[in-house]
Design a protein around this ligand. Structure first.
Ligand code: TXA
Ligand code: MG
Length: 328
């Protein structure tokens, strides 16, 4: 595996060469780092599943360079897709449409639909323009682990399984894209993200259906599996009010406790490690995965996560935290 600064002039050309050869290239997007392969090459796409340890029926997002390219992948492009694309692309929104027959079932995990997104990160866009094709890219982490928001996280996760990592610095958004399914009669939110349901409803002038809960659609609906974005260390949500007492109780029991907070908490028995993220949801999201990863690397007995507010601005964060923690 090679890591190259994306500012290096030859780095994009090198990445394109590798993609054309069916190899894997990790690259930054505004949400998280993606593990990319030529979406039109089923062998290359199979390499993604192998590198991640991801089941073959778990579909990938195809990244495209612009809205016009939608017709290369989607059987038809409804007005709703054009409206959302006009407002939010390039940006952290993936839309699901019925696929063209030519689109390989390998990339769609056997589905008749395909997820599409134009990312806004300048490195991702430059790569897509130079490659001039679709790049299938899930988050560049091992299956069910924390998504990478820095190039070195990708190296830690995937090592030699990836042929090149384009280093574009830390991701700005920090949590994965919002996913909206437009392949059915009525638009449905599949995964909350930086773009909120309210913003989407405002553009579409209709109410969004909400994600279906785990069950028949477990594999298809993103992140529906328990512990989807989980650290290795047991993590638990804890209210602001209960946090000091919980820290003290665990510390008295001799446990090494890590805390992920967003308000400073003073305790007489300090935890082994405390990371305090900003109180603004956007800034919190930016630091969330790197902080969980940092705590996870400390061989702690438990990570206590201070429960953030349950408001719309925090929906994506609460969704990921729910999946990163065990129920009490
Ligand atoms: O922000 C993001 O979307 C990042 C960056 C790299 O773009 N990518 C990402 O990919 O989060 P991944 O594979 O970790 O998550 C994509 C989710 C999966 O949970 C998958 O179930 C869902 O998208 N998905 C993809 N195609 C689908 C389809 N045809 N129908 C339903 N869900 C689909
Ligand atoms: Mg992922």
């Amino acid at each position: 595996m090679k890591q190259r600064p994306a500012t290096d002039a030859a780095a994009i050309d090198h990445a394109v060469q590798l993609l054309r050869q069916g190899r894997l290239v990790a690259f930054p997007t505004e949400t998280v780092y993606g593990l990319g392969a030529d979406a039109a090459n089923p062998d290359a796409v199979r390499r993604i599943f192998a590198a991640k340890g991801r089941p073959a029926d778990h579909p990938l997002i195809v990244h495209i360079k612009d809205t016009e390219t939608l017709t290369d992948w989607a059987a038809s492009v409804p007005d709703t897709a054009r409206q959302l694309a006009a407002h939010f692309w390039p940006g952290p929104l993936a839309i699901i449409l019925t696929k063209k027959p030519s689109v390989s079932m390998t990339v769609t995990g056997g589905q008749n639909t395909v997820a599409l997104r134009v990312p806004s990160h300048p490195v991702a866009l430059r790569l897509l323009q130079a490659f001039d094709g679709g790049i299938a890219a899930p988050s560049a982490n091992r299956f069910c682990r924390i998504s990478p928001t820095q190039a070195r996280h990708v190296a830690e996760e995937l090592g030699d399984a990836v042929d090149l990592i384009l280093d574009g610095g830390a991701c700005q958004v920090g949590v994965e894209s919002t996913i909206v399914d437009l392949s059915c009669a009525h638009p449905r939110l599949l995964r909350p993200g930086h773009i909120t349901p309210f913003e989407i409803e405002t553009v579409l002038q209709t109410e969004l259906l909400m994600p279906v809960s785990a069950g028949a659609e477990t594999i298809r609906a993103p992140g529906m599996m328990a512990l989807h974005y989980a650290p290795t260390t047991a993590a638990m949500l804890c209210s602001t009010q209960d946090l000091p007492a919980s820290i003290e109780r665990l510390a008295i029991d001799g446990k090494r406790v890590g805390v992920l907070a967003y308000r400073y908490t003073l305790t007489t028995q300090p935890p082994s490690q405390i990371i305090c993220l900003p109180e603004q949801a956007d800034q919190y999201a930016q630091g969330l995965y790197a902080s969980l990863r940092e705590l996870d690397n400390l061989s702690l007995d438990i990570i206590l996560v201070e429960q953030p507010p349950q408001t719309a601005a925090w929906q994506a964060i609460n969704d990921r935290l729910q999946k990163a923690t065990i129920a009490r």
